[in-house]
Design a protein around this ligand. Structure first.
Ligand code: UDP
Length: 248
């Protein structure tokens, strides 16, 4: 599909959003750019957008089947997602089932410590301020969301975690943590947006404990795209591969 640059609404670090002829629908282009550390570390990794779009589409479909509202409408071709247009809320909603990453750098948790119930953390999506962690008072003072919105976001996030964790564990993946973002649709409903992919989640192989996500890139290790392909292979069924004409 040829995207007209005149319809570009927003260019993010890894995705572009284009207006379609339908006022309430956008096309999200998953790019091959990969970044870490507030965008300081940057590379282009061929096929990254392709795998991330497929993984996100499959996981959004799974959530829709479980009754959770998402931006997803269709993936007309790998790399390009037709989505409901949302007014995004600048919150990075992080759910943690296992202590990893920045949590270990900032607090005296033990590596691998389990959280049940999971920890939900909200960061301010703002590179200039380095995505600082928020609390409810700061969110309200910045007018990012209301008390009711926060309650809704927490509730939906816990449901999302339960659905994804069950699915991934069944397929041999450990799901230590992930980041999601929400927006409001034209009726004011809070809807899951953005993506769910190895760029935004930690995935570990439950047999080998191999890392299968962006941590490989953050650490400067090799095999990043092979890991993303492996996650796609684990998550997609044969019928998904036929539907999207995939040959990996
Ligand atoms: N995450 C993300 N975008 C961010 C920060 C974190 O998608 O800007 C994801 C990250 O991939 C991980 C989870 O949120 O799955 C928790 O990340 P953490 O706070 O541990 O930060 P990190 O160690 O990745 O810097």
């Amino acid at each position: 599909m040829n995207l007209d640059e005149r319809n570009l609404l927003y260019r993010g670090k890894a995705k572009d959003v284009y207006q379609t002829s339908h006022p309430k629908q956008v096309l999200v282009k998953f790019r091959d750019d990969i970044t870490a550390g507030d965008g300081e570390k940057k590379e282009v990794m061929s096929l990254k957008g392709y795998y991330n779009s497929l993984i996100s589409a499959k996981l959004f479909e799974l959530l829709e089947d479980a009754g959770i509202k998402t931006q997803y409408i269709d993936l007309p071709e790998p790399g390009l997602m037709l989505s409901h247009k949302l007014n995004m809320i600048p919150l990075e909603v992080i759910t943690r089932n296992i202590a990893a990453g920045s949590l270990l750098r900032k607090y005296p948790f033990q590596e691998g410590q389990l959280f049940d119930p999971p920890i939900i953390q909200m960061d301010y999506k703002n590179d200039e301020y380095h995505d600082p962690m928020l609390n409810e008072d700061i969110i309200l003072a910045l007018e990012l969301a209301s008390v009711q919105d926060l309650e809704t976001i927490r509730e939906i996030t816990l449901q999302i975690n339960a659905v994804l964790k069950n699915f991934l564990e069944d397929r041999g993946l450990i799901f230590p943590d992930f980041k999601i973002e929400f927006g409001r649709d034209s009726d004011g409903n809070i809807v899951l947006g953005d993506e769910i992919s190895p760029d935004t989640c930690r995935f570990w192989d439950s047999e080998t404990c191999d890392i299968l996500d962006k941590d490989l890139f953050r650490k400067g290790e090799s095999g990043v795209i092979e890991a993303y392909q492996k996650v796609a292979n684990i998550i997609l069924d044969e019928e998904d591969k036929e539907r999207w004409n995939l040959n990996f």
